[in-house]
Design a binder for this molecule. Structure first.
Ligand SMILES: NC(=O)C1=CN([C@@H]2O[C@H](COP(=O)(O)OP(=O)(O)OC[C@H]3O[C@@H](n4cnc5c(N)ncnc54)[C@H](O)[C@@H]3O)[C@@H](O)[C@H]2O)C=CC1
Ligand SMILES: O=C(O)[C@H](O)CS(=O)(=O)O
Length: 481
């Protein structure tokens, strides 16, 4: 696969409309086999300052465009992404590893955020409020926050970018994107298409490089009014603290530890099918994936049998092969975390029903694994595994499973399978999370507010309220005497 033959391929950073290289370069490799794909610039503080200045310079004219004009440019961007879905997906699979069909799905999911916010851009309404004082008129309007920065992860290298850039541009903001060093090529290609769609110079800038140095510049600059971050809770907390002195607006989409609850009256075939989708999407490297699976004790063995038959059919392979269901993990460190969670569970009494080993395909390849007789004291119920590990935990009462589900610092997503509406209402209303999937394992969509509570973050991306993250409210009081 010659990346250079793809017309959308870029391996440079975009600052003020110029694609720039750098004296320092860093490798981008294929997680499937460690092969070198290309080099990208390893930029730092100086280039970050240039990008922030460019975004500041572009802000005045971009925010003064009509929302209809901004929406038209966003829709052109959307259309170019859809037109190039196959090449974008190939780039993503090569640098991130996910199966091509998943990569194509993510590209279209990413494009859906742009279409959604192109539509929302035209509905940023204000208020005229009847004053208690007859001599006063009260007007309330929404204004763009200003220069924004987005720091994004490697696991969804397209959607995590458009989920931030689309509402920012729709609101009239400008933005600097810092993608993960593991997956910069998807970011470059996406933002190259934004430039082709007519996004003016400086409105979107993208930098690959020294995360810490770039982050220090972004969080310290008084010109930056908003930080949107998706990634680990640990880094999110660091960035939040760094933004405190300049009181930046924050959106944080952080780690997860989703409980997947299967009640005694659940449709077990449906639950097993949806658990396969939730657990093994992106090889389990998804913040909203099922991280711990609670199964009522009276249906535990029956469900386990149904689920294991489906896991056994999953094909692990190179993401470029059409038959592949699960690709490699992003790196050997990710594999080590899965092994750590398995070994801890085994040492505390769990057993492996299927999988449990690194595959001959290479050090980043781990077999889809199911653990039985898992208990709440095991690491895999406390930490985000971020790999293809499905620990099954028996429970006896609804009160017990709610308590176990909430026994975590995280609060992003949860899943619940029952055919009884009272059970569904009772459990979903008590789960301490931002999102609940009822009888489904896939909940992510541009039209709904995505985000969590507790250490899973703050703010929402997607939906109507996702635009508010990039808007400030201004109240003007007119004295009419
Ligand atoms: N909630 C989510 O959607 C995601 C959660 N994660 C969690 O994070 C863990 C590690 O994955 P990573 O991609 O390494 O997440 P990470 O949090 O280390 O990195 C995410 C982004 O932050 C950047 N970054 C890291 N340290 C930074 C710093 N000091 N200043 C500025 N930027 C910084 C990275 O370059 C990347 O662009 C995963 O195992 C998972 O637990 C990772 C990706 C997505
Ligand atoms: O970071 C993630 O895991 C994504 O937010 C998951 S999703 O939005 O693509 O479901």
């Amino acid at each position: 696969m010659m990346l250079e033959t793809l017309s959308i391929f870029k391996n440079k950073c975009l600052i003020n409309g110029q694609w720039l290289s750098h004296a320092s370069l860093v490798d981008v490799t294929n997680p499937a086999d460690g092969s070198l794909l290309t080099h990208v610039p390893f930029m730092g503080a100086a280039e970050t300052t240039l990008a922030i200045d460019a975004a500041q310079q572009a802000l005045g004219s971009w925010k003064l465009l009509s929302s209809a004009t901004r929406a038209d440019i966003l829709l052109k961007w959307h259309d170019l992404i859809v037109k190039n879905v196959h090449d974008l997906a190939k780039i993503m699979t090569l640098e991130q590893g996910k199966p091509l069909h998943e990569a194509q799905g993510e590209v279209l999911y990413a494009a859906s955020y742009i279409k959604w916010y192109a539509e929302e851009a035209r509905r940023v309404y204000g208020d005229i409020i009847p004053s208690d004082d007859a001599t006063k008129k009260i007007h309330v309007s929404k204004e763009p926050v200003g220069v924004c920065v987005a720091i994004t992860p490697w696991n969804f290298p397209a959607a995590m970018i458009t989920r931030k850039v689309a509402p920012a541009l729709a609101a009239g903001c400008t933005i600097i994107v810092k993608p993960a060093l593991e997956t910069p090529l998807t970011a470059f290609a996406l933002i190259g298409l934004a430039q082709d769609a007519g996004v003016p110079n400086g409105v979107i800038n993208v930098l690959s490089g020294d995360a810490r140095k770039i982050g220090v510049q972004m969080t310290a600059s008084p010109l930056v009014r908003k930080l949107s971050f998706t990634g680990s809770t640990a880094v999110g907390a660091q960035l939040m603290a760094a933004c405190a002195p300049s009181i930046k607006k924050l959106s944080l989409e952080l780690g997860g530890n989703a409980p997947f609850i299967i009640c005694e009256d659940a449709d077990l075939q449906l639950a097993a099918t949806e658990l396969i989708k939730s657990k093994f999407r992106n090889a389990g490297q998804t913040c909203v994936c099922a991280n711990r699976i609670y199964v009522h004790q009276n249906v535990y063995d029956t469900f386990a049998q149904i689920f294991l038959e489906k896991v056994a059919q999953l094909k692990v392979g190179n993401g470029l092969e059409p038959s592949t269901d699960i690709g490699p993990l992003i790196d050997e460190k990710a594999t080590r975390k899965v092994i750590e969670h398995i070994n801890d569970a085994l040492s505390k009494g769990a057993s492996i029903a299927i999988g449990g080993e690194v595959l001959e395909l290479g050090e980043n390849w781990f077999a889809p694994t199911v653990l039985l007789n898992v208990t709440q004291n095991m690491l895999c119920t406390k930490e985000e595994t971020f790999g293809p590990l499905a620990p099954l935990i028996p429970f006896s009462t609804i009160a017990d499973v709610i308590a176990m589900a909430n026994d975590t610092q995280f609060g992003l997503a949860a899943y619940l399978f029952s055919e009884n509406h009272r059970t569904i209402e009772r459990i979903s209303s008590q789960l301490e999370v931002g999102m609940v999937g009822v009888n489904t394992g896939i909940i992510s969509t541009a039209v709904a507010p995505f985000g969590g509570i507790k250490t899973s973050g703050m703010g929402r991306e997607g939906g109507r309220i996702g635009l508010d993250e990039y808007l400030e409210t201004k109240y003007v009081c007119y004295d009419m005497r």
